[in-house]
Design a protein around this ligand. Structure first.
Ligand code: FES
Ligand code: FES
Length: 168
């Protein structure tokens, strides 16, 4: 194209999207600005915080560091592709059960990292959970409940409060 735009198709949440993109565009911006998928957040925009984490062929990756053009053949999953109200993914439900957020800004990235872990390691140890979440910062310091959410999603915590009531 003379305009400097390239025609590409991206596969996001099981749907093919035809786009005309400048080669310099990063995946996070394309998801948010072109496709309206604003679940992945732009915080540091330089690979430090994990708020922009999406799954690429099942692997959690920082979408702020990825040129969109490089991922034409990949299956990209954002938080919007996991579940929806009334039909949440078990990882999303576990974060609600464990009250694993305060402002919620880091939460989509945290959930995608846990999802990526459990898809490959269904029964992770605490060390494996901590390693999987080591690239996701939470400025609110909700780490204790985030760990508990991951354990609940992994079936290692029943998701009940101290009285034995189901907190879901
Ligand atoms: S916005 Fe991508 S790592 Fe912080
Ligand atoms: S819940 Fe606020 S940054 Fe994590």
């Amino acid at each position: 194209m003379d305009s400097g735009l390239l025609r590409v198709q991206l596969s996001v949440n099981g749907q093919r999207h035809a786009l005309a993109l400048e080669p310099r565009r990063v995946l996070l911006d394309v998801l948010r600005d072109d496709l309206g998928l604003t679940g992945a957040k732009k915080v540091c925009d330089m690979g430090n915080c994990g708020a922009c984490t999406v799954l690429v062929d099942g692997r959690p990756m920082y979408s702020c560091l990825m040129l969109a053009l490089d991922w034409r053949e990949a299956a990209i999953t954002t938080i919007e592709g996991l579940g929806e109200p009334g039909q949440l993914d078990p990882v999303q439900q576990a974060f609600i059960t464990a009250d694993a957020y305060q402002c919620g800004f880091c939460t989509p990235g945290q959930i995608m990292s846990v999802k990526g872990l459990l898809d490959t390691t269904p029964e992770p140890t605490d060390a494996q959970i901590m390693r999987a979440l080591s690239g996701n910062l939470c400025r609110c310091g909700a780490y204790g409940n985030i760990m508990r959410a991951a354990r609940i999603a992994a079936g290692r915590d029943p998701g009940t409060d101290e009285t034995g009531s189901d907190t879901a």
